[in-house]
Write a protein that binds this ligand. Sequence first.
Ligand code: SF4
Length: 496
Amino acid sequence: MKLVLKGHNERYTVEQSLMNLFPGELPVYGPVLPEDESWAVVDCREEGDTLTVTTELTCRGRTALRSYGTGLSGTAFDREGQRRHAVGACFYLAALEFLAGPPPWGMLTGVRPDKPVTWMLAAGKTPAEACRMLEETYFVTPPRAALAAETGGAAAEAAKGLGPRDIAVYVGIPFCPTRCAYCSFVSQSVEKSFHLMAPYVDALVEEIRAGGEMVRERGLRVRAFYMGGGTPTTLTAEQMERVLAAFGSSFDTSFCDEITVEAGRPDTLTPEKLAVLKDRGVTRVSVNPQTMEDRVLRAIGRRHTAGDIARAMELVAKYEFPHVNMDLIAGLPEDSAEGFRRSLDACLAFGTDNVTVHTLALKRGSRILQEGLSVPEPAEVAAMLDAAFPVLRGAGYAPYYLYRQKYMSGSFENIGWTRPGGRCLYNIYIMSELCSILSFGAGGSTKMVEPGTNRIERVFNVKYPAEYAARPDKCLANQRAFAAFYSRLYPGGANC
Ligand code: SF4
């Protein structure tokens, strides 16, 4: 879609809104020409403390014209935020004329739609006030606003238990047995990368040891540990033991409330690996079938059946982990509302205390897009989610964290559901950005969160396992950046 911005330069806001509201449309700039089929002119006029935005949007032979007025106040930074919101709101209102109905999350395009709720609740507002703000300011639909009030409330609650020096640790294992059709992650299938696993684990153990020393020196407390991927259980039992032992011996784990390991693919689970997890104090494993329909499993390139998942769950049950999560995805190729409901019922029958319901995100680089696999329409995905929510609530689960991704079917969300007492704190910490996350491994992103403010800094590890194993200097530089961040916050050192 051709974009013309007048009187402002809120390019990012308009582009994000465009891609969110018109999936598949890409922004193009330049004067509108007679042959252009779709274009938008977003015009801002400021008079004193009053801002009026006008959007003229033409698409598929029709034109919509909408205006949005607002007052400007506060600092230059505040006014910039007010201008950005007005531009996004005006574009949204014009776009609405072309949509089948209001998008579930209104004009919000970000990953964390419940973050403003957490801030409002922390500032003493009520959930009802937070809901009203989402509906009136961002045009969020009432069911999604209510959902955000619940998950934002869970985050506000979790924040109360964190001290200023509390952090979480993430370890990434970027290997998987095969590559799923919807995946765009850097994860390497084992057939291609088996030879990389041993040097990868050697480098990872060294990085964890160095990180442990740095964290002790800075007087930080690890409150949650999460090993994700990829599929961590692609490692051998001995390799998993080395990684978990490195964490246990390098960090003070006495304040660590939970240790989670993703055991995503049932075809990677063995009694030996589960025994290692149990012996190393793992409190939660996550077995992620994504679907319990064999047809869908084949379509997404999994090399296992629903029967394999059932056998894996039987095996997991023998080790009596305090918490078990299962992931499902709504909107996979070959799936239907009935199929998704059967998958959900099958997961609930295993009695896990956590179920995470994702919505398919159509990611560039995934086989779904590259091979043009057909996926259910957004209305079918909506039917899957609409049916799932009451079933989960009826079975005693409540939503406790949520996030969105780009290019999600129907512009929905991913939601973690838990039975009472089963929430995974790491998921809340990372999604609500409540504390720093120190990441180890290829592709890791270390996030430094300044307590009490919204200031966040990030550093990234190298992306691919071979480069990671060959370049420990990059990881150590990231750890120095992490240490420097805390030195600036607490110049007096560990006991300050
Ligand atoms: S298990 Fe996850 S990381 Fe691995 S290929 Fe599938 S989607 Fe990608």
